[in-house]
Design a protein. Structure first.
Length: 466
C-alpha cells in the first residue's frame, strides 16, 4: 500500500452502517436498500480494519447497513422469508469453510470466522436480494439502479483515464492496489474507488448490458430528464475506455446472448453459457488442458501483452491446482493455506481466479456449491419466464441478470472481482425461479411505456398472469 488511510477513510468506513440505516427513514425499504449498496460500494474506501472475528471492510459495512435497516424497519418481510431448494448451494457455500477448517485440524473458531466472512460477502446480499427483488418488478428496478451506478461512475472513470487513477489516493490518502497494474495499452486503466481496474471493467459491463436491454425493450425511456440513449452511448464508450479487454469481450457476448435468446425464443445459448465454466474447470483440473491454443490466438489476434498476462494466470493456476488436488474434498481451509510456498515461507503462487481459490480453500464441495449457486437460478429461469417474453419491458431486469450472472461466472474463471450488486441480483433471480410473487407481465412487447421515475416499473397496456 502506497500512502496511509486518512481520518475521512476511518470515519466513513466506521460510520457507514448508521448512514445506510438512516436511508430507511427517508425512502421505501427496497429503494433504501439498493441505494445503500450502490453508493457504499461505489465510493467507500477500499480498506479493512483488523478485528478478532470478521474484518471490518467495505463488504461488511455495506451488508451490515442493509441488513440492520431491513431488520429494524421491515421486520415482517424478514420473518416471512421461506428458503427453497434453489438456495441450498448458497447455504453450502457459506458453511463449507467451517468444514474445511475442521478437516485440516484447525480450531472451530477459525472455521466459524471463515464461514462468517463468507456469509458477509455472499450470504447477506443474496438473502436481501431474495427478500426484495424476487419478482419482475424488483429485478427490473435493480437493473435500472445497476445502469445508474455505471452512469454515475462515467465522469470518475474518464478523469482517471486522462490523469491516471488518483481519486482514491486524493480522497483517502492511499492507493488501493499496485499502481504498476494501471498502465494499459499506452494509457491508464481506472480503479476509482473499487478494488481493481478489473472490477471497474465488470461494473461498466454490467451497467452497459442493463442499459442496452432497458433501452431496447422500452423499459426505461428517460433518465434525469434526457432520453436514455444519450447516457447509454456515453456509458458504453466509457466501458471501452477503461481498457479491460476481458470485460469488453464479455459485454459483447452478453449483448449477443440477449438478442439471440429473444430471437430464437428458447434458452439454448444461455444453457451453453451456464455449462461453459464447468467445462473449463473440468478441462483444467481433470483433463490437464494447457490452453496453449488460446494463448497463441490471443498473441496473434489481440495483443501480445494480453497473451503474457494470460500465461501468467494459467501458470499460477496450475501451481494452485496441483496443490488443491492433494486435498480434493474440502481443500486446505482458510488463512491462505491453499497458497504454494517455498521452504522459507515465500509465496510462489498468485491466486487470480475465484474458482481456483475456491477449490484450493474449500475443495470440490466448495467449488461446486459456488458455481451452482451462481448458475442454478439462471438454468431454472425458463420455469418462470419464457424466452419469447424477454423483449417485454417488465422482464428486462430478469433477462439482464440471467445473462449477467453467466458473464460474472465466466469472469470468475480468471478474476475474483466480487460485486454485491450482482449478488443482490443473484438472490432476486433465485427468488423469482423459486416462486416469488412475480408481477404481471405484458402479453407482448409494448413500446408505449410512459416516462417513469428511476426504479419504477413501466405500465404495459395488456397484462396476463406470469
Amino acid at each position: 500500500m502506497i500512502g496511509a488511510p486518512n481520518l475521512l477513510s476511518f470515519v466513513l468506513l466506521c460510520g457507514w452502517p448508521a448512514l445506510a440505516v438512516a436511508l430507511f427513514l427517508f425512502m421505501p425499504a427496497r429503494r433504501a436498500l439498493v441505494v445503500g449498496f450502490v453508493i457504499g460500494w461505489l465510493f467507500l474506501p477500499q480498506m479493512g480494519l483488523p478485528m478478532s472475528f470478521v474484518k471490518w471492510d467495505k463488504h461488511l459495512v455495506t451488508s451490515l447497513g442493509g441488513l440492520l435497516g431491513v431488520l429494524i424497519f421491515d421486520t415482517r418481510r424478514v420473518l416471512a422469508f421461506k428458503p427453497a431448494l434453489v438456495d441450498l448451494p448458497m447455504a453450502v457455500w457459506c458453511m463449507v469453510p467451517f468444514c474445511a477448517a475442521l478437516s485440516n485440524g484447525l480450531e472451530a473458531y477459525d472455521g466459524a470466522a471463515a464461514a462468517a466472512t463468507q456469509v458477509v460477502i455472499w450470504g447477506v446480499p443474496y438473502v436481501l436480494g431474495r427478500l426484495y427483488f424476487a419478482d419482475a418488478v424488483g429485478l427490473r428496478g435493480l437493473a435500472v439502479w445497476l445502469f445508474v451506478a455505471g452512469v454515475i461512475y462515467v465522469p470518475f472513470c474518464l478523469f482517471e483515464c486522462i490523469l491516471s487513477p488518483q481519486l482514491h489516493f486524493l480522497t483517502y490518502g492511499f492507493y488501493q492496489h499496485d499502481f504498476s497494474q494501471v498502465v494499459r495499452m499506452g494509457g491508464w486503466r481506472p480503479m476509482v474507488y473499487l478494488q481493481h481496474g478489473l472490477a471497474v471493467g465488470m461494473l461498466m459491463t454490467g451497467a452497459s448490458l442493463a442499459g442496452v436491454w432497458l433501452w431496447w425493450t422500452g423499459s426505461l425511456k428517460r433518465i434525469w430528464g434526457m432520453p436514455v440513449g444519450v447516457p447509454l452511448v456515453i456509458l458504453m464508450i466509457t466501458a471501452v475506455a477503461v481498457k479491460s479487454s476481458g470485460a469488453i469481450v464479455l459485454l459483447l457476448v452478453g449483448v449477443v446472448a440477449l438478442f439471440v435468446t429473444r430471437a430464437i425464443r428458447n434458452y439454448a445459448l444461455v444453457v451453453v453459457m451456464c455449462v461453459f465454466p464447468f467445462v473449463y474447470m473440468g478441462a483444467r483440473s481433470v483433463a490437464g488442458w494447457d490452453a496453449q491454443d488460446v494463448l497463441q490466438f490471443v498473441a496473434q489476434n489481440i495483443e501480445p501483452d494480453r497473451a503474457l498476462s494470460l500465461q501468467c494466470r494459467l501458470d499460477n493456476e496450475k501451481l494452485l491446482l496441483d496443490k488443491a488436488m492433494k486435498k480434493p474434498l474440502f481443500g486446505w481451509g482458510p488463512n491462505g493455506r491453499n497458497l504454494v510456498t517455498a521452504d522459507d515461507g515465500t509465496i510462489l503462487s498468485i491466486p487470480d481466479g475465484l474458482w481456483v481459490i475456491a477449490i484450493g480453500s474449500n475443495g470440490i464441495v466448495g467449488l461446486l456449491s459456488l458455481f451452482c449457486a451462481l448458475l442454478l437460478p439462471v438454468a431454472l429461469v425458463g420455469r418462470r419466464f419464457r424466452a419469447a417474453s424477454w423483449g417485454d419491458p417488465m422482464l428486462a431486469g430478469a433477462a439482464v441478470f440471467a445473462v449477467l450472472l453467466t458473464l460474472h461466472s465466466m469472469d470468475n474463471l480468471m478474476n475474483a472481482m466480487l460485486n454485491p450488486i450482482f449478488i443482490l441480483g443473484l438472490g432476486g433471480l433465485a427468488g423469482a425461479v423459486a416462486g416469488g410473487a412475480t408481477a404481471p407481465i405484458a402479453a407482448r412487447r409494448s413500446k408505449a411505456v410512459e416516462v417513469q421515475p428511476i426504479g419504477a416499473p413501466p405500465r404495459p397496456r395488456r397484462v396476463v398472469p406470469a
